[in-house]
Ligand binder design. Structure first.
Ligand SMILES: NC(=O)c1ccc[n+]([C@@H]2O[C@H](COP(=O)([O-])OP(=O)(O)OC[C@H]3O[C@@H](n4cnc5c(N)ncnc54)[C@H](OP(=O)(O)O)[C@@H]3O)[C@@H](O)[C@H]2O)c1
Length: 233
């Protein structure tokens, strides 16, 4: 059967769509290779950002790993968490391991805006190059529907304060000096629960989606001023 002009256009369209999808997958693959393989040798010079790094939720898990790694790469580190003893312990571990300076700020991020003057005061004389907004909490051990969360009114405040308010206020505190120096890196730890709606962990997932949108918008606003904002899922 003879191919009509309509068929030819349809084939061309299909070919273009297929090429687009293939190029997109190739791009994802290349970025993955750069980030997860080549990055072992091809490292960004983080030290260009400044002398101090600040990590929230720095005494366990991902936050502690960031704090140790940043110290290893030559940063003095401000550790911020709830538990004073754990803060002291991690600070000692860093100083022993890397000879970098540390500073600790004990604060409970489930609190509202009243907790930030203490943080602001603790950071005011430091040349902060990197901020890692890592602190975050989920409100349940077993996923449940929104109204089945224990003590819903309290958990609304705690979850939103810890996961959202902390990132926004910490950014507000460190950004002005980064802008003066025209360099700074802000890393926000989101989660895959923020990529698409996540029922039975609704509030947690929604706070992580907020982190994602906030980070990507903020990056667009300030990248021309030398500020990089990254969000990890
Ligand atoms: N683990 C995962 O599989 C996973 C996956 C995706 C995203 N994430 C995200 O990654 C981040 C870190 O998770 P993680 O699993 O590494 O956490 P983690 O091991 O439970 O550590 C939490 C850290 O945050 C501190 N912290 C917790 N609540 C706090 C509060 N109200 N005020 C001040 N500090 C507080 C803890 O210190 P204290 O001991 O003083 O409480 C601790 O240092 C979170 O934002 C989480 O949502 C985790």
């Amino acid at each position: 059967m003879e191919e009509t002009r309509y068929d030819q256009r349809l084939h061309l369209l299909g070919l273009l769509a297929l090429s687009y999808l293939l190029l997109k997958q190739l791009w994802i693959l290349l970025v993955g290779i750069k980030n997860h393989v080549l990055s072992r040798w091809w490292r960004t010079d983080l030290k260009k950002y400044g002398g101090w790094a600040v990590v929230t939720g720095a005494t366990d898990g991902i936050g502690k790993a960031y704090a140790l790694q940043l110290a290893k790469r030559g940063f003095d580190v401000v550790l911020i968490s709830r538990n004073e003893e754990k803060l002291q312990r991690v600070a000692q571990e860093i100083e022993k391991q890397s000879q970098q300076k540390t500073k600790i700020i004990q604060v409970d991020f489930t609190g509202g805006s009243e907790i930030y003057p203490k943080v602001e005061n603790g950071l005011k004389d430091l040349d902060i190059g990197i901020l890692v907004n890592n602190v975050g909490m989920s409100y349940v051990s077993d996923p449940v529907r929104f109204l089945e969360v224990d003590d819903v009114p309290k958990q609304i405040d705690y979850t939103l304060n810890c996961n959202i308010l902390s990132m926004v206020h910490m950014t507000r505190i460190v950004l002005p000096k980064m802008l003066q120096r025209k360099k700074g890196l802000i890393i926000n730890i989101s989660s895959s629960t923020g990529i698409r709606p996540y029922p039975i962990m609704t509030m947690y997932g929604a706070t992580k989606a907020f982190m994602d949108f906030f980070s990507r918008s903020l990056h667009m606003e300030y990248k021309s001023d030398g500020i990089t904002v990254q969000v990890t899922v």
